[in-house]
Design a protein around this ligand. Structure first.
Ligand SMILES: Cc1ncc(COP(=O)(O)O)c(C=O)c1O
Ligand SMILES: Nc1c(O)cccc1C(=O)C[C@H](N)C(=O)O
Length: 397
């Protein structure tokens, strides 16, 4: 599918709203409610426990894994869904350090999402084998790849600025010093073409509630390269990752392939929501999507820069260095974003001063971009953000 004028009709968007936040929580596909209702009434309601076999619930994590896998260039049979992204980061990192018994440095960058860093710290603590987490500036990653590094763990697209790491180059550089790489694709999957297999990435993880429209709390995914899967000893050895879960053996034996990265019971209702979203995503041509995303992003930057001199671009100016979001610095960014949201232009704020806008061509078009620019200009020009009501920070920003 390359006709993004048609895809907008596939999503429910509140009347009058311009939703520039599909990179945080994607909007609802129009078919999702019926698909989830069918799962609830026909599958859960009528099939009850037999739904695990008859409705295919047990096979969903790998079946959906292949569909998500297409979007990231994974080989079939090497992606599985389940758990949260933080859990999948932990699993991937634990498996990665296991491959490198003689090295003790996990390298990451300060643009990484904090949860990835916290999970690495937690893993290091529980391993208690003297690992060091080394956090460097994003532009210094390559220079810090030494033969001390066991694992390079990176989020490809910086959640604040949208800065995009070169997956092929950094994967090759990590391999060049004998290290293993873990990619977090939270802001990549459904945002731009990726080729984990072609880049020879070792592990990749990501979520499905942002660009992939599977809804709040939707399951995460994990990719393990074919060459590693047989040697991968799951750190989170739950029963559904066992070779024969229904043998109920007391000794753990990992499942045959990517199944071993499953942990426990899959979230069946969320998987149904993901299934509905994937009916759209199965059709999407990622190269065409990327071209549309760049055209809209360039239009947005041009419009905002022409009308809002107090906003400064926080994202890379070169579209090849950006994911599918555009961010601006503004010292009163929180209040300004609240003022935009009150006028139906929805983006989000990331501390300390980032106004972040997701550019998602499946449901945002050039007319939306122009209207959003006009609203942002009105907010900035009229200092409409400068009211106490917009300064009050909510629990979730
Ligand atoms: C890059 C990145 N990694 C990890 C997470 C954490 O994901 P989750 O809350 O699903 O564990 C997020 C978002 O919350 C993220 O953007
Ligand atoms: N996962 C989120 C949530 O459960 C509540 C609110 C926001 C989020 C997010 O996705 C934050 C996100 N990782 C970010 O890019 O900022």
């Amino acid at each position: 599918m390359t006709d993004f004028a048609a895809t907008k009709a596939l999503f429910h968007l509140p009347e009058g709203m311009i939703y520039l936040d599909g990179n945080s929580l994607g909007p609802l596909p129009k078919t999702t409610a019926a698909r989830v209702a069918q799962c609830v009434t026909d599958e859960w309601g009528e099939k009850l426990i037999t739904g695990w076999n008859k409705a295919g619930w047990m096979a969903q994590p790998t079946a959906l894994g292949d569909r998500v896998g297409r979007l990231i260039g994974a080989e079939p049979g090497h992606v599985v869904l389940g758990d949260t992204l933080s859990i999948k980061v932990y699993q991937a990192l634990a498996a990665a350090v296991d491959l490198m018994p003689d090295r003790r440095v996990i390298l990451t960058d300060s643009g990484n999402f904090p949860s990835d860093i916290y999970m690495a710290e937690g893993l290091i603590k529980s391993l208690d084998r003297g690992f060091e987490l080394r956090v460097v500036a994003p532009e210094d990653v390559a220079a810090n790849l030494t033969d001390e590094v066991a694992v390079l763990m990176l989020t490809q697209v910086d959640y604040r600025t949208g800065r995009l790491h070169d997956m092929a180059a950094l994967t090759a550089a990590a391999h060049g010093v004998g290290a293993v790489i873990v990619w977090d694709l939270a802001h990549t999957a459904g945002a731009l073409p990726v080729d984990v297999a072609g880049c020879q990435a070792d592990f990749a993880v990501g979520c499905t509630y942002k660009y992939l429209n599977a809804g709040p709390g939707a399951p995460a995914f994990i990719y393990v390269a074919p060459r590693h899967v047989a040697g991968c000893q799951p750190a989170l050895s739950g029963w559904l990752g066992h070779e024969a879960p229904f043998a109920f053996d007391l000794d753990y034996r990992p499942g045959p392939a990517i199944e071993r990265m499953r942990v426990g019971t899959p979230p069946v209702l969320q998987m149904a929501a993901l299934d509905a979203a994937m009916v759209i995503w199965d059709q999407v041509n990622m190269q065409a999507l990327r071209a549309a995303s760049i055209a809209l992003s360039e239009r947005f930057i041009k419009g905002v820069e022409a009308t809002c001199p107090m906003l400064t671009l926080a994202s890379p100016r070169d579209p090849a260095q950006r994911g599918s979001q555009v961010s601006f610095h503004f010292e009163n960014g929180y209040a300004a974003m609240q003022a935009c949201i009150a006028r139906d232009v929805v983006g989000d704020f990331r501390a300390p001063d980032i106004m972040r806008f997701g550019i998602t061509p499946l449901f945002i078009d050039a007319a939306d971009i122009d209207r959003a620019v006009a609203v942002i200009a009105e907010v900035m020009d009229g200092r409409l953000w400068d009211t106490p009501a917009y300064m009050q920070k909510a629990a979730v920003t």
